[in-house]
Design a binder for this molecule. Structure first.
Ligand code: SAM
Length: 281
């Protein structure tokens, strides 16, 4: 028992919260599991937590039971409001709920640093938000850490290392400015209804500054061109970026015949700096 609120199956029955496919609803009903996920988010005491897509509130209850100072929950489905209000009453002053689309709402006005983010979201919304959270105008970002559920294949793309099939733009984006780790794996049966695929929780911690210096836009151009044609050699896939691309690749120790998936983040950042200097010179 993590709190004195009713079990989640009862909450769902009372409020008639039948899962809707179009909202990507696969609920976690085991409070021991949601508590365990909340613990992966780090020390929450003294932190505000942004939770996206609380649904009936299993993870929300885990976050509050773990001592979050304040949880701001953004939920698109108004049917979940009564269940979330019940949680807010049990934790006075510690839960604020906003009904709406997390892709349209700027949560910052409602949050005080330090801020952590936790969510079990529909996978498409989760990936879009992750990319936004990893590409703010200024670094460090508003968040200290992100603890997010993804389908396992996406989680593997976030933490992938060079040479693997999963390695690509998402890995480079995540690992350039954050530490990223898979901290839990969940089978389909952990959810109601069960999705078709396995899931995994990824924990990302923001680095105070990027791991290696590079201009974000130029790095993105390079990885975009390199991985859009991942079977091509870099001298061909990056040809459009600079007339002397082969010499630039050589200058930073990347064989022009290599493919993007073989190249480490540090080398891509070195190439971004060389390309920037060559364009300016
Ligand atoms: N966090 C709950 C849990 O673990 O049981 C619910 C998880 S369910 C996979 C995803 C939740 O995100 C649903 O409650 C759904 O209504 C909500 N949702 C879907 N799209 C959303 C969006 N754009 N903004 C906010 N919430 C969204």
């Amino acid at each position: 028992m993590i709190d004195n609120l009713p079990p989640l199956r009862e909450v769902i029955a009372t409020h008639d919260l039948r899962a809707k496919k179009q909202l990507g609803q696969n609920f976690l009903l085991d409070l021991n599991l949601t508590h365990k996920i909340a613990r992966q988010a780090g020390d929450l005491t003294g932190c505000d937590v942004l939770e996206v897509g609380p649904g009936p509130g299993g993870l929300t209850r885990g976050l509050l039971a773990c001592g979050a100072r304040h949880v701001l929950a953004i939920e698109k489905d108004p049917r979940a409001l009564p269940a979330l209000e019940q949680i807010a009453d049990a934790y006075p002053g510690r839960l604020t709920v906003i009904t709406g689309d997390a892709l349209q709402i700027d949560p910052l006005a409602h949050l005080t640093p330090p801020i952590r983010v936790a969510a079990n979201l529909p996978y498409n919304v989760g990936t879009e938000l992750l990319i936004r959270w990893l590409t703010p105008r200024d670094w460090p970002p508003f968040w200290q850490s992100l603890t997010l559920m993804f389908q396992r294949e996406v989680a593997e793309r976030i933490v992938a290392r060079p040479g693997s099939k999963a390695y690509g733009r998402l890995a480079l984006l995540a690992q350039w400015r954050a530490d990223a780790q898979i901290v839990m794996s969940l089978p389909p049966e952990a959810f109601v209804p069960a999705p078709k695929v396995h899931s995994a929780v990824v924990h990302l911690t923001a680095l105070p500054q990027p791991r290696f210096p590079a201009d974000a836009a130029i790095l993105s151009q390079i990885t975009g061109a390199g991985f859009n044609q991942r079977r091509k050699m870099l001298r061909a896939s990056l040809k459009g970026l600079h007339p002397q691309i082969e010499a630039l690749l050589d200058s930073v120790g990347i064989p022009p015949t290599a493919r993007a998936e073989e190249i480490e983040l540090e080398r891509f950042c070195a190439l971004a700096r060389a390309l920037q200097a060559a364009r300016q010179g």
